[in-house]
Design a protein around this ligand. Sequence first.
Ligand SMILES: NC(=O)C1=CN([C@@H]2O[C@H](COP(=O)(O)OP(=O)(O)OC[C@H]3O[C@@H](n4cnc5c(N)ncnc54)[C@H](OP(=O)(O)O)[C@@H]3O)[C@@H](O)[C@H]2O)C=CC1
Ligand SMILES: O=C1CO[C@H](CO)[C@@H](O)[C@@H]1O
Length: 383
Amino acid sequence: MERRTIRIAMNGVTGRMGYRQHLVRSLLALREQGGLDLGDGTVLWPEPVLMGRREAALRAIADRHGLEHVSTDLTAVLADPEVEVYFDAQVTAARETAVRQAIAAGKHVYCEKPTALTFESSMELARLAAAAGVKHGVVQDKLFLPGLLKLRRLIEGGFFGEVLSVRGEFGYWVFEGDWQPAQRPSWNYREQDGGGIVADMFPHWEYLLHELFGRIRTVQALTRTHIGRRWDEDGKPYEATADDAAYGIFELEGGAVAQINSSWAVRVHRDELVEFQVDGTHGSAVAGLRGCRIQHRASTPKPVWNPDLAHTEPFRAQWQEVPDNSPADNAFKAQWELFLRHVVRDEPWRWDLLAGARGVQLARLGLRSSAEGRRLPVPEVVL
Ligand SMILES: NC(=O)C1=CN([C@@H]2O[C@H](COP(=O)(O)OP(=O)(O)OC[C@H]3O[C@@H](n4cnc5c(N)ncnc54)[C@H](OP(=O)(O)O)[C@@H]3O)[C@@H](O)[C@H]2O)C=CC1
Ligand SMILES: O=C1CO[C@H](CO)[C@@H](O)[C@@H]1O
């Protein structure tokens, strides 16, 4: 086997996503399996350059994992001709400037969602990347989760008949940070720092609904900041200025209606932190991150509304678990593999910065819909 090294600048690798999902669970996991087998006698060997603003933290990560390259100097890293790919998992507010710089330096670019704070900026990034002729991509990890892969399999197998509606429930309680530390970074709760659940989650809902059921035609959202005061990483109180819950309705091309609640102020009474119930004329499914249960029309019970009687139907037990059939890898790693193949082998790829801009567009329109109290059309995005 011939080994081909690909040097990847990883910015924001001291953060939750940058470290755990992208470095450890994706690129280091690829190295642990011996590299990415390209199937033509070549193995691709990712060589990360750990980037961030705290040299000591970067050095500690490098030492922990036996890595060599560390830098806090983006300009210098981008000037290095050996660096082929720039990856960004910094806080959202820092992304646009860095991605612009990477595109200008002629690097291929891969980054977390949302790609920018405004729709205009996200479109600008897509245009710049196209004009520069670099390969580009945005993380759309939910598409590669086992539960949602099963849902896709059901759709492609025609299980649902006509899809009528999709009900999504996402959320969990994020502690305020006073008597128990918060489990998410405080910038998520400050609008001025790029926070907010709409900016965070609507990009996910855009690609999921779009890929699985059809393009989103309209959005109507109601947002709230349910918890107005929180405590940050240093235990200091701050005002939560960003939305921490969003109640959204989306009309899809093809006629289905999707309704998704997103909240960091809800206690979980579900099997998973996110679940989607899909109802179709021929069958229904409830898919989560990992599991997926179905009920076919032939096995659908016939409940009769009568509040005078205790119900006797074991409703939850009337669903059937969809088998895994094939093992699913970590979702982030699966997408990294496809992106790297796209970069070095020019294999097909559709999750690009334009797709990223659609996510930002939906988030911005969702916020506007809530502020104006009306349903808004979602225009089709073109370069
Ligand atoms: N696809 C997915 O499922 C998810 C995606 N995300 C996205 O990933 C990104 C990172 O989120 P997350 O990992 O939760 O955030 P974290 O707060 O854990 O990490 C943020 C990273 O950005 C760096 N950073 C912080 N402030 C600045 C700044 N002012 N300028 C430059 N860099 C800064 C941090 O460096 P330092 O360590 O020095 O503070 C750290 O490396 C977000 O854009 C978010 O939307 C988040 C969660 C899930
Ligand atoms: O996909 C995700 C899962 O949940 C988190 C929110 O609580 C998000 O930050 C993230 O983007």
